[in-house]
Design a protein around this ligand. Structure first.
Ligand SMILES: [Zn+2]
Length: 90
């Protein structure tokens, strides 16, 4: 079972997520937002503002993470499976 081990924001626009199996993801928040799984974003109804940043990131049980973006869409809850599938861009 994939579990979150650690999470850090690096600078203003990068999140580092570490999992219990040794996988470390470093993703630009802008990239995370572009992969928002909510209905509106997955239908490309919203433009992603760039760059974006977050006020906080909260864990949603063992399912995934919710990002409180300061601009653009804030609806998406990101499963760990989705986050791990986003190519690192740092
Ligand atoms: Zn969205």
């Amino acid at each position: 079972m994939i579990q979150l081990k650690n999470m850090n924001q690096i600078g203003k626009d990068v999140i580092e997520i570490e999992y219990n199996d040794g996988i470390i993801k470093r993703l630009r928040l802008n990239t995370v937002q572009k992969n928002c799984p909510c209905t509106r974003c997955s239908q490309k109804l919203l433009d992603v503002l760039s760059p974006t940043t977050v006020s906080k990131v909260v864990s949603v049980g063992c399912y995934g993470l919710k990002f409180h973006f300061l601009s653009g869409c804030q609806q998406g809850v990101y499963s760990h499976l989705l986050l791990r599938g986003i190519p690192c861009d740092i």
